[in-house]
Ligand binder design. Structure first.
Ligand SMILES: [Zn+2]
Length: 187
């Protein structure tokens, strides 16, 4: 089932996600609904906060993006990133490479707003799956960027927090308008 996407201005986007201690039917359904919602919105990732649940749960799928490649290792073995999608991660812990690179980002909670954001070039993520396994995902390229964006969401951090002050200043009136619309229940 497609879920409404929470927009900027809704305080749940600032909530720290609670650990998912047990995978039950509710979590499985939520994860499946998040995949459906993300795909319907042409997104490459969505966090539980963005559908109104402050939980350590995110789903990603970069397989439809042709012009921004990704590299991925799963438990130490190189895999075709497209074949590993959708990636459904619970309680992820992120380790960042020190080297950063700028890249364009958008967010489903900020319609039509994009900016260049500095992110680590590569990341390691340890997380749990719906099957209760612990997996190690190593990623570079677009997937590394998407993982950083989504794990930030799980901790109440938004991409506007990572923008340069110049980018944020140039977007400030649009951000204020979106915040107001959300708070009035329009967005
Ligand atoms: Zn986002």
């Amino acid at each position: 089932m497609r879920l409404p996407i929470v927009k900027y201005g809704n305080p749940i986007l600032r909530a720290q996600g609670k650990r998912v201690e047990q995978v039950d039917e509710r979590i499985r359904t939520l994860a499946a609904d998040m995949v459906e919602t993300m795909r319907a919105a042409n997104g490459i990732g969505i966090a539980a906060q963005q559908v109104g649940a402050a939980l350590q749960l995110t789903v990603l799928d970069i397989s439809q993006v042709g012009d921004r490649p990704s590299l991925m290792k799963l438990n130490g073995t190189e895999v075709d990133p497209a074949s590993a999608m959708p990636l459904i991660l619970l309680n992820p812990k992120l380790l960042l490479d020190e080297e950063t690179t700028p890249g364009n980002e958008g967010c489903l909670s900020f319609p039509d707003i994009t900016a260049d954001i500095d992110r680590a070039i590569s990341v390691q993520v340890e997380a749990e799956t719906l099957d209760g396994e612990t997996v190690l995902v190593e990623a570079a390229g677009l997937l590394a960027r998407a993982l950083q964006h989504e794990v930030d969401h799980l901790n109440g951090i938004l991409f506007i927090d990572r923008m340069s002050s110049v980018s944020k200043a140039s977007l400030s009136s649009r951000l204020k308008r979106l915040q107001k619309e959300t708070q009035r229940g329009w967005a």
